[in-house]
Design a protein around this ligand. Structure first.
Ligand SMILES: [Zn+2]
Length: 221
């Protein structure tokens, strides 16, 4: 019998090494949020593990196990520089949601979480504040739905999880290289008339004044 030689190390799976964490007992956790937005769902602690509530077709509901909401974010721990997915209780997630609603995005914000008291299920206090993190060098956000589907052993064919998109460009590289939609993919929005002319012709802009993007009008309703 011969081994099946594979002469290069296997390509790591998408979420290799990425861990789902909660704020530890009587611990202080500081991190930069890398997700644009928090996602959340009802979960059960069922058969010694956390699973999402899949009501109306949910075995844990049938067995009378209570459901609790949890929120999820990807974060970069400032102390260890490690990327994690952080699970938050509903109470701890309130300031996160408020910050997102006020600012439109969480990415780059500082999260400062502390579990109060000495019990593993004690309440977690969260403070979210703006930071000076460089969004270009911050790791890409984790695709939270796909990550959770993986650790929850959900069928990846489920519609709400979505198909695996091709790997996105490294954000540093995307500043140097053409964005992926630049030439090979059809544009999904109407071309600016000047650009349409360019595509039809010899690649030169027609001799016409440049029309910039719409200007913000403070008097508009
Ligand atoms: Zn359920």
């Amino acid at each position: 019998m011969n081994p099946n030689w594979i002469n290069r190390p296997p390509v790591p799976t998408e979420f290799a090494g990425l861990r789902l964490i909660r704020v530890g007992t009587a611990k202080h956790f500081e991190a930069i949020i890398t997700s644009d937005h928090m996602i959340g769902c009802l979960t059960h602690f069922y058969k010694r593990r956390t699973i999402p509530c899949t009501a109306p077709d949910c075995q844990a509901d049938c067995d009378g196990v209570p459901a609790r909401w949890h929120g999820y974010l990807s974060v970069l721990c400032t102390r260890t520089r490690t990327h994690y997915v952080l699970e938050l209780t509903a109470l701890a997630a309130v300031p996160v949601a408020e910050f997102d609603d006020a600012k439109g995005s969480l990415r780059g914000a500082m999260l400062d979480a502390t579990r109060l008291g000495n019990k593993p299920n004690g309440p977690v206090s969260c403070v979210i504040s703006p930071s000076s993190a460089d969004l270009r060098t911050l790791p890409r956000a984790v695709h939270l739905e796909r990550f959770l589907a993986t650790i929850w052993h959900l069928n990846p064919a489920r519609e709400d999880v979505g198909p695996n998109p091709p790997p996105g460009p490294n954000i540093r590289n995307s500043l140097l290289a053409d964005p992926p939609t630049s030439s090979t993919e059809p544009l999904r929005f109407p071309l600016h008339p000047l650009l349409a002319e360019t595509r039809k012709g010899n690649g030169q802009l027609p001799n016409a004044p440049y029309v910039g993007p719409p200007q913000f009008d403070p008097d508009a309703p």
